[in-house]
Design a protein. Sequence first.
Length: 499
Amino acid sequence: MADAKREIERKYESDDSGLPDLTGVGGVAAVLDKGLVELDATYYDTADQRLTAAALTLRRRTGGSDAGWHLKFPVEPGVRDEIRAPLSDTVPEEIAALARSRVRDAELVPLVRLRSARDVRHLVDADGTLLAEASVDAVTAERLEAPGGAAQWTEIEVELADDGDPAFLDLVEKRLRRAGVRPSKSPSKLARALEQTGGARHRKAKPAPPATAGDHVLAYLRAQRDVLVELDPAVRRDVPDSVHRMRVATRRARSTLRSFRSVLDRTVTDPVADELKWLAGELGVDRDQEVMAERLTADLDALPPDLVVGPVPARLASWAEARGGGAQAHLTGVLDSRRYLTLLDTLDALLADPPLRKAAGKKPEKVLAKAMDKDLATLSALVERAIGVPPGAERDVAVHEARKKAKRTRYAAEAATPALGKPAGFLTKAMKSLTTLLGDHQDSVMTRLTLRELSAVAHATGESTFTYGVLYGREEARAAQAEAELPGLWKEIRSGATG
């Protein structure tokens, strides 16, 4: 089974390859010699180096205390999340799955072999607690997919101990710099190996600033595609909030294709939008359940004890567990499905060869503003309808439809903000306020449905339904409050949008 570790380290170069004395730096009481360790690592990637292009590294390493398979994801400069799995002859499935959104159907092949003679030092405080590990690595790199390329170098690494303060590394770096040691120009050993053996195939060019309407739309769509791919491993690992963020990116991408049909040919993009809708729905199965359980739990905890009659907390917990059981396995199945991987390939193809219409080549101000105004006009009709119909089921549906359109309008405004500036920025913020209000209303509608379900089950088993009624009444009041606030908020938004 794979496990995860946050790795915080810095790499350095030195003309004399020596490690200066670090005693006294940041509470270092002693520098302990831990001896020489021989490490042998083979790095894997696709033939076109898709992992390398995304700053991911996959290796199989022997030697040292953490021999096994390691997949590293960049978090920020000097910080990576390392996923580990035991040694095996082939890439473990749990590791391969985490790279699947990048690799797709391509084969992972040996790319580079790195052999390091690591001279290890432990930096400890007066109590003997490990602060960091410093090492001098004599590295030999050998290209595997293109025999003949080789390189050698020596580098210094300083890796922070688990749960250590990153500020400690700043103090160490000051001492190293005074000794003539300088930060490495390469972010990793693999990157340096590829550079020195002539094998780095991906050098990111700085993108040109968006100029046309098509440039702006594609830039926004590309950003959402990137978020989908980057969050895939986090969703598989059940990282908090990752499902929600991936679902939002899916909705943003779909809304972009819907709102900017004057820029992108809908005969090509409509099928893609349909697939994005499917993915958002699959991601929402777990998310909606999670939100509902959190809302009900918080409401129940807020009730005075004398209003909680019967085993309501236990029944709610059982309901949440039963509804949520298997959700993670379902999501993993979705992300492993041919349908999902084909969707990612389709988005890549669309961005590489976009189906641009004539308006895409025009200046963005008029084209994007027109699309944004069209969404706003449709939203206006939906909000006015939600305000005009009497309270009840019909209004609930009308409010929900307005909420969905408000989200789309918000995402269109986000895409247009770099080109349109303040007007689009205002609309983005306004739509966020509106969707929050309408979302609270929809959550109340769905929570009341759940409370009726729970109450019916409790009644059938002879339990009191009093507490469910109390919670239901509070949800009704929340919905009524949202409905009361809607006309004023909408008037404020309309005034600001036309002002």
